[in-house]
Design a protein. Structure first.
Length: 309
């Protein structure tokens, strides 16, 4: 509306010597409005969708030419030559067409960008769910093995293990569906997991686990740290000590897992699948707000740093 008001004002008053009395601009104005919205509603969508840009330019140029000639010869009746008519009046037809074509392309671009963002978000959510699904059954399988072993060897302690397993299942199946959860809940899940591991690896491995959390108000994406811890147990050598340290200071989380390892095959030299999945999730969730370093010298050490806010 603002454009049309400004356009009419300029046409009638700024160029009053041409368009006020001699030329009935207002009669042509309504035809011009029809041309503009026909272009935006039919021509642009049709030709842009098929990418027929050159053909569209020819057609819209021809329409502008005919409109200008109609204005000169049938409305204004100025008796101008074709070139004189084009030089004096073509801008009136082209300016609205170009302006509204630009608006149509701008809004189409913005709508397309919104669609792309929605598709990206859906893709990220699907990928995260897929990566989580690779983690969840593995954790459950390990815990069920522990319960089974104790059912045979120490049945009196099975009830406590089942309670811990129930808490962990609740965490995996329900709480981990959220984008972020309380760090305290995530650490409770890790505590239960380590309790299972201490039972499973009794007399085989020693676990040194330390926590230093400056506040209980932090949040974190679920099932991230467990991958590092699982990897330490899965790939550690027998009769070794596993060091696990989790610290939060100034909204920055530090998690370090270190274990002795023994390379026996070329396959074990390759990056672990669990750590590859973890790296993908971290890139999706925290982008440039994390770092993960792996050291393989006398021991296998993974250091993860995450900015929680």
């Amino acid at each position: 509306m603002l454009f049309w008001a400004l356009f009419v004002f300029v046409s009638l008053f700024v160029f009053s010597s041409y368009y006020w009395k001699e030329n009935p601009f207002l009669q042509y104005f309504f035809i011009l409005v029809g041309i503009v919205y026909f272009n935006n509603g039919i021509l642009l969508p049709y030709f842009v969708k098929r990418k027929w840009y050159f053909l569209y330019a020819i057609i819209i140029g021809f329409i502008a030419f005919l409109g200008t000639q109609a204005y000169c010869n049938y409305f204004a009746e100025c008796g101008c030559s074709i070139m004189k008519c084009l030089s004096d009046y073509l801008w009136q037809t082209l300016v609205p067409i170009v302006f509204f074509s630009f608006l149509w392309m701008l809004y189409s671009y913005l709508e397309k960008q919104d669609e792309i963002e929605v598709i990206k978000k859906q893709h990220i959510e699907m990928e995260l769910q897929f990566l989580k699904s690779q983690i969840n059954p593995h954790v459950l399988f390990n815990n069920l093995n522990t319960v089974y072993a104790y059912a045979l060897e120490k049945p009196n302690e099975v009830a406590d293990l089942i309670l811990k397993l129930s808490d962990n299942l609740k965490h995996v199946l329900y709480e981990s569906a959220a984008d972020k959860i309380s760090l305290e809940k995530e650490l409770d899940y890790i505590d239960n997991y380590l309790a299972f591991q201490k039972i499973r690896t009794e007399n085989l491995k020693s676990i040194i686990y330390t926590k230093d959390i400056d506040s209980s108000d932090h949040e974190i994406a679920p099932l991230l740290l467990i991958t590092l811890i699982e990897n330490a147990f899965k790939h550690s050598s027998a009769k070794c000590t596993i060091h696990i340290s989790i610290k939060v200071s100034g909204n920055v989380l530090y998690c370090i897992c270190e274990n002795d390892y023994k390379i026996t095959t070329q396959e074990e030299l390759r990056p672990k699948i669990g750590l590859q999945n973890l790296n993908k999730r971290l890139k999706l969730l925290y982008r440039n707000k994390f770092s993960m370093n792996i050291e393989q010298l006398n021991s296998y050490k993974v250091s993860l740093t995450i900015e929680l806010k």
